[in-house]
Each structure stands twice: as C-alpha cells, then as structure tokens.
Design a protein. Structure first.
Length: 165
C-alpha cells in the first residue's frame, strides 16, 4: 500500500481546504484520488476564478476532519458526493451539483434536473454512478479504502499524505 507525499494529483490549491467560513457559499467534499472527480473540481475551481464561492475539501487527504465538515465521515463522503452549507446543512448527490452550479452562476446546466420527471431520473443515474465509481476508476472497493485509511491513521502516517491506489 504505497503512499504519496505529493499533491500533484490535483491542481486545486491546498489552501482552499481552510477557506474562512465567511467567504464561501458552499463547501464541496471531493475525492482527490478520483480522476473524474478531479476533472470536475478543476472545472469548478476555474469557474470560481478565485472568488472563494466554493471551499474545496479533499476527503482523501489524511488530515481530513469530519467535525470540520458537517460531520461527514470518510466512508460516507466516499459513497456519495457531499457538500456543506455555511449554516451546517449537509447536501448529497445531484443536489450538490445543482447548488454549486447555481452559486457559480451556471445553474442553467442543472436546471432541468429540478423538473418532475428528469430530476428523479438524474438522481437515479447518479446513484448508479456512485455505486460503481470506485470500480470504474480502477480503485479498491469502499471497505478496502476505509481499512487502508484506518491503518495509515493508526500507524501515525504524516498528515497530508494520501492513499496512493
């Protein structure tokens, strides 16, 4: 189980994890080891353009602390995308994308997902994607990832390391 001390896997700046609460509208919890997730995060970071609307939090970072992020534990966050609002409300699934895209002024992209027939279909499709995300991206299953993370944390691996799978 190799470790990577490098953060080059993502172009999203690490400082975004500690964005002050007053400046962000939504905090996105993302998997920094998922190549498809990183593509989305990098797209959103470009749309944010340094405005600080979105606080990006990499849950794959061993320094991730659920208590600072809506009490969403690692396993839960890995199962479905989550976001936290400044008032502590936790969102998950497609609603995260609806809210983020709206906050960035491009809500029209997800507008149809609010419609009665399309919305439930998109939610269903996302659930299928989320269930298969790890396998489709060539990663171990969730149980294995959680166990690997726990072992690393118990062995006192330096903060800011990531599982390198």
């Amino acid at each position: 189980m190799p470790l990577s001390q490098s953060h080059s896997v993502s172009t999203v700046e690490d400082t975004k994890q500690s964005t002050p609460a007053a400046s962000w509208q939504i905090k996105l919890l993302y998997d920094g080891l998922c190549p498809l997730c990183l593509r989305e995060v990098n797209f959103l970071a470009k749309r944010d353009a340094g405005r600080g609307i979105i606080a990006f939090v990499d849950i794959a970072d061993l320094a991730y602390q659920p208590g600072l992020h809506g009490n969403v534990d690692f396993a839960t966050a890995m199962g479905r995308i989550h976001a936290v609002l400044p008032d502590g409300t936790v969102l998950q699934g497609v609603e995260v994308f609806r809210r983020i895209y709206t906050a960035l002024g491009i809500g029209w992209i997800y507008a149809a997902t609010r419609w009665p027939i399309i919305g439930p279909f998109v939610d269903w499709a996302y659930d299928i994607w989320a269930n298969w995300r790890l396998k489709l991206t060539g990663r171990p299953d969730l149980t294995t990832l959680v166990a690997q993370r726990q072992t690393l944390l118990e062995n006192g691996v330096e903060n800011r390391c990531k599982l390198d799978v």
